[in-house]
Every structure is written in structure tokens, then in C-alpha cells.
Design a protein around this ligand. Structure first.
Ligand SMILES: Nc1ncnc2c1ncn2[C@@H]1O[C@H](COP(=O)(O)OP(=O)(O)O)[C@@H](O)[C@H]1O
Ligand SMILES: [Mg+2]
Length: 269
């Protein structure tokens, strides 16, 4: 990716003194970030919350290289096998290509960096089946519901073996049950430690259930105004469901909710 540099780092992702501004039509500068620092560790899931307009999607655009920062660096660590790290980005809007079938859309992420193999196709077929999309494998995006398209976009994101995954409100159009299933899938993905996830969500429950850390982005320029490690005592393995039943869940919820609210009052003028 164009913003990332091959600098020695032991973390999958390091954001170093990142600054960015947009120039508005009236010539004014909208300073979104100024000297932002942020590190994501191996296997970590970080949830980013913040009011609408805080700069969450812009941050992802900067990390992924879609936008070039005004100043500062995005540094990607290597994969465990020494290959360069790779970012997969699931945009807030699903962005499926209308002229490709669902299966070919799912394979697009892999195809962007290498020739797809039969093995990739098998994995794609399996993953689509898991998400209840077997019957539409050869259909085109136009015939799918919003939730189905999101599941295809997630399949595409997960298939390309990234070291860092950026998910921008990935589950917002899904029914609750599917949502819990996909939350589990994302959590399982990080268990080997080879993949880290940054997740933007406006759902506080989802942020707490899924993440090792919740980061609250607020103010202008946007700063990390809260950086809360999440430790949950679950019955058995931590899953989307067991996490929500943890005794600590409620207190985290209150704390993050208050953080969001305070941020609205201070910067909502
Ligand atoms: N290309 C752009 N040009 C000018 N302003 C932009 C552009 N993209 C985003 N913004 C502004 O930057 C702010 C942050 O937007 P965004 O990153 O989409 O916020 P979030 O994802 O947290 O809701 C908003 O005020 C938005 O209007
Ligand atoms: Mg956004």
C-alpha cells in the first residue's frame, strides 16, 4: 500500500504522528488528525468508537492507503513468514462489482495480489456456504439483499490472508443471529496471532464483546480520548454470546457510553 513503509517494527501496525486535513470548497482546512499515534499488537482486536463524523472512516482510508496523509506514517509489520504485511479493508459500503458473480466477487481480494488457485475457489465456496450464500454463488450482486452483500464483502476480506483487517461497521445490516456468527468468525481469525483486526462500530455491545481494547476517537483534530483494555470473565471460551454474559460487561458499557456522551457535549456545538 502506498502509505506504508518498510521500517522495522514488531507490531503489525503502527501509526506514527499522523496528520490529515481536508481542504473544503470554501478554502477552509478541516483538520481531522494531528500527530495521532496508535499501535495495534499481534492478534489484537481493537474496536474504534466515536460519534458520526469523528473521522473513523477517514482513519481507515489513511491506514489502507486510499488517502495519503498530510504528514506522518503508517507502518506495517511483516507477516509471520517474513512476507510483507497485508491490509484487507472492508469498506462501510460493500462495493461489490455488479458484473461479477458472487463467487468471483468473493475472490476479488485474492485476485488483486496474485493469481487465484483452485484451493482459493474451494475456500471461497466453503465460506460462502457457511454464510448461507451457496444458492447465490453464481448470481450477481443486484439480486442480493444488503445483509447478503455484506457477507460476501466479509468473505472477500477474510480470504486474502491479511495481517491487518479493517472493518468499517461491517455488521450493521445483519440480523442478530448472523451478526453473532460473524463476530465469532472474526474473533477466531485472530486466535493464531497472525491477524489483527481494527473494527469500527457504533454498537457498544459489539465493541466490548469482540475486542481486546476499545478506543474512543473524539474531538477535532481527533484524538484517542479513551483507550480501554477489555478483560472479560466468560463461562468457557470467549464467544460473541459468552462475552455478553460476562459480569464486567455492564460496567464497560456504562463507561464507554459516558465517554461517547461527554464527547458529544464537548464537540457537538
Ligand atoms: N473527502 C472529504 N472532503 C472533505 N471532508 C471530508 C471528506 N471525507 C470526510 N470528510 C469529513 O471528515 C469528517 C470525518 O468523516 P468520516 O471519517 O467519514 O467520519 P466517521 O466515519 O467517523 O463518521 C466529517 O466531517 C466529514 O464530513
Ligand atoms: Mg464512517
Amino acid at each position: 500500500m502506498s502509505n506504508s513503509q518498510r521500517v522495522e517494527t514488531s507490531s503489525p501496525l503502527e501509526i506514527n504522528q499522523l496528520s490529515h486535513h481536508f481542504v473544503l470548497e470554501n478554502g477552509e482546512e478541516l483538520r481531522l488528525f494531528q500527530f495521532l499515534n496508535f499501535v495495534v499488537e499481534k492478534g489484537e482486536i481493537v474496536a474504534v468508537v466515536g460519534r458520526s463524523g469523528a473521522g473513523k472512516s477517514t482513519l481507515f482510508n489513511l491506514i489502507s492507503g486510499l488517502l495519503k496523509p498530510s504528514a506522518g506514517q503508517v507502518i506495517l509489520g511483516d507477516a509471520h513468514n517474513g512476507a510483507p504485511g497485508r491490509i484487507a479493508y472492508m469498506l462501510q459500503k460493500d462495493l461489490l462489482l455488479p458484473w461479477r458473480t458472487i463467487l468471483d466477487n468473493a475472490l476479488l481480494g485474492v485476485e488483486l495480489y496474485r493469481k487465484t488457485t483452485e484451493d482459493d475457489r474451494q475456500r471461497a465456496v466453503k465460506m460462502l456456504a457457511r454464510y448461507g450464500l451457496s444458492s447465490v454463488e453464481n448470481a450477481y450482486p443486484a439480486s442480493l439483499s444488503g445483509g447478503m452483500k455484506q457477507r460476501v464483502a466479509l468473505t472477500r476480506t477474510l480470504l486474502c490472508d491479511p495481517t491487518v483487517i479493517l472493518l468499517d461497521e461491517p455488521f450493521s445490516a445483519l440480523d442478530y443471529e448472523t451478526r453473532l456468527m460473524l463476530e465469532d468468525d472474526v474473533m477466531n481469525l485472530t486466535k493464531t496471532g497472525d491477524t489483527s483486526v481494527i473494527l469500527v462500530t457504533h454498537d457498544i455491545d459489539e465493541a466490548i464483546a469482540m475486542s481486546n481494547r476499545v478506543v474512543l476517537l473524539g474531538g477535532r483534530p481527533a484524538k484517542i480520548v479513551m483507550n480501554q483494555t477489555i478483560t472479560l470473565t466468560t463461562q468457557g471460551e470467549r464467544t460473541a454470546v459468552s462475552a455478553r454474559g460476562a459480569p464486567e460487561f455492564h460496567d464497560y458499557h456504562t463507561q464507554i457510553w459516558n465517554g461517547l456522551r461527554m464527547n458529544n457535549v464537548t464537540h457537538g456545538k
